[in-house]
Design a protein around this ligand. Structure first.
Ligand code: OXD
Ligand code: MN
Length: 596
């Protein structure tokens, strides 16, 4: 509880709107969380899993129509439409408040209102920001307790200040036709109604830590990015940090928790995880960029997580974890998902809550035939991660040597290249793209441009966002170098050329060596590429020198063809795309043409 009058007045106003039966303040204590878990099990909202095999773990199923973020129902509500930009959905704030008030009215009837005070970032850090989420869902409370820092110390840190993000969530009827995820960056407010799926309702995550925070970052001179943060420890004990942005389904959590190949482990190399999804970045007193992970847990995709792809993530989910929409193994009251192992449970309930027959699994119809939903999730505590960085709670963050962008490209992008400058690096981020895979509905190989992996998360105009990157670059005395990687290049048969996973460590070493100035590179039209012999290859199986050369080749014609798509994308964003980026685009085209 707090005497902060801004908090109290706001909660009173919201109470008048949603009419709860009761108000319950979440204090962050284990006792209160235990009572809520017991209540959720009593009502069937959660299922307690095998205490011996998965201590403290629970299973939850969402409504079958409510299993993912809904970009088409996500709105940025600024007074002027042009400030929301052309790639966001926009609604006038007044109209939106009125429309959603009708959906929120009386929506808590008979249910308590849970008040969750939370901090994004370590409580009291100058990076950190406070939010309060009001919700009618115990599932939301229990997830927020894992994903953020919750409790009375947050209210103490807030004191009498009016500065906090006001989040209102109601599950309501979970009606997809009336589902809205609305952001009011000018009012520090988020309203989410008719969903109970993580990305739409854990308001600290995408809604606050990316959409609202990117707007605040532009206003206040810092950056909120869709990036993992990791540290590479060298045998001499030194640790270098980098952050990396990849579109969804490109292995961000896997890279964040990477285990180096055995030959490097033996020498004493290690990777430490600071974050797997979001980075808040500021200029430090020493002129370098510093990053924190504002979250306190991982909301990871379960399918595909296994002891090869990500042993650290798997280990992180073995206790105190909430599983959402995975398959329930009735043989031993545990969970299973596609890609966990080759032993699907015989006696099982699928993500929809129906008896499941693994023999009917059909790759081309995963939604209807899989045990776990393809977007099923684990919500796991950062502190349970075996490779969590000792700097995870450092209020000053970690210094970044490099920023890495990446996408899934079959042909165009080489394994790795380095941008020529911060401005060129901003351009490289702005033209980031991924190709759709056979896993998704629709045509294969279609390029979706996803600048800085922020397309669904920029809380304002994308052209202004690029401008902010350029302005930040001018203010950083010692900027990190910027790189682009692509783990997904294929040969003429469509087979991946690069083994990925732990072997990506080899590329990280080259990146960090470039930052240290200890390795040369080859200048090409797109930027600086490694000499093939400089990608450390000891113990690298099944990848010949020829393959490394292929991985590092620049196919000029496919680049030139791609630039037309970039031009179209810039046209779509509109007139606020900075002229510097248009110049970078035509300079790149000239370099490619003259090299042909
Ligand atoms: C996520 C996403 O859930 O990017 O992290 O979709
Ligand atoms: Mn993400």
């Amino acid at each position: 509880m707090t005497n902060n009058r801004y908090v109290r007045t706001w909660i009173e106003d919201m109470k008048q709107l949603v009419c709860p039966a009761d108000i319950i303040w979440i204090d962050g204590s284990e006792q209160q969380a235990d009572l809520l878990r017991a209540e959720a099990c009593r009502t069937g909202e959660m299922i307690k899993l095998n205490e011996d095999l998965l201590p403290g773990c629970y299973l939850h199923r969402t409504a079958v129509n409510d299993v993912a973020r809904v970009e088409d129902r996500t709105f940025i509500c600024t007074r002027r439409k042009e400030d929301a930009g052309t790639i966001n959905n926009w609604m006038d704030p007044k109209e939106c408040y009125e429309k959603l008030s009708r959906l929120f009215r009386n929506s808590y009837a008979g249910k308590p209102m849970y008040v969750i005070p939370y901090s994004m970032g370590p409580v009291g850090s100058e990076f950190s920001k406070i939010g309060i989420e009001l919700t009618d869902s115990i599932y939301v409370v229990l997830n927020m307790l894992i994903m953020t820092r919750v409790g009375n110390d947050v209210l103490d840190a807030l004191g009498d200040s009016p500065v906090f993000v006001k989040g209102l969530h109601a599950t309501a009827d979970c009606d997809p036709e009336n589902r809205y995820i609305c952001h009011f960056p000018e009012d520090d407010t988020i309203w989410s109604v008719n969903s109970a799926y993580g990305g739409n309702v854990l308001l600290g995550k995408k809604c606050f830590a990316l959409r609202i925070a990117s707007y605040l970052g532009k206003k206040e001179g810092w950056m909120a990015e869709h990036m993992l943060i990791l540290g590479v420890e060298y045998p001499n004990g030194e640790i270098k940090y980098l952050s990396a942005a990849f579109p969804s389904a490109c292995g961000k959590t896997n890279l964040a928790m990477l285990i180096p190949p055995e030959s490097f482990r033996k020498k004493g190399f290690k990777v430490w995880t600071v974050g797997d999804d979001i980075a808040w970045i500021r200029i430090g007193e020493d002129g370098r960029l510093y990053a924190i992970n504002p979250e306190n847990g991982f909301f990871g995709v379960a399918p595909g997580t296994n002891s090869h792809s990500n042993p650290n993530a798997l280990e992180t989910t073995r206790r105190d974890c909430i599983f959402t929409n995975v398959c329930h193994n009735l043989e031993n009251n545990t969970v299973w998902w596609e890609g966990l192992d080759d032993n699907p449970p015989v006696n099982a309930i699928n993500w929809k809550g129906e008896p499941w027959d693994y023999r009917k699994y059909d790759k081309s119809d995963k939604i209807n035939t899989s045990g776990a939903h393809p977007n099923s999730r684990f919500t796991a505590k950062a502190e349970n991660c075996p490779c969590l960085s000792s700097e995870f709670n450092n209020p000053k963050g970690v210094p970044l040597s490099a920023i890495v962008f990446g996408g899934r490209r079959a042909k165009t992008a080489p394994l790795v290249y380095e941008a020529r400058s911060w401005q060129h690096g901003t351009f490289v981020g702005s033209i980031m793209a991924s190709e759709t895979t056979a896993a998704a509905a629709g045509a294969i190989g279609v390029v979706r441009r996803d600048p800085m992996a922020m397309r669904p998360f920029i809380g304002y105009d994308a052209g202004d966002y690029f401008r902010h990157w350029l302005e930040m670059g001018k203010r950083i005395p010692t900027p990190p170098k910027i790189f682009h990687v692509n783990w997904f290049r294929t040969d003429s048969e469509g087979q991946f050329l690069w083994p990925g996973f732990g072997d990506n460590f080899r590329v990280l070493l080259w990146i960090l060596a470039r930052c240290e100035g200890t390795v040369d590179a080859v200048e090409t039209p797109i930027g600086f590429l490694p000499n093939p012999e400089d990608i450390p290859s000891e113990g690298l199986e099944g990848v010949t020198e020829e393959t490394i050369k292929d991985l590092l080749s620049v196919d000029r014609e496919s680049w030139i063809a791609d630039l037309e798509n970039v031009r179209e994308f810039y046209r779509m964003i509109g007139e606020r795309v900075p002229c510097e980026l248009h110049e970078e685009l035509s300079d790149l085209e000239k370099r490619l043409q003259s090299a042909l």
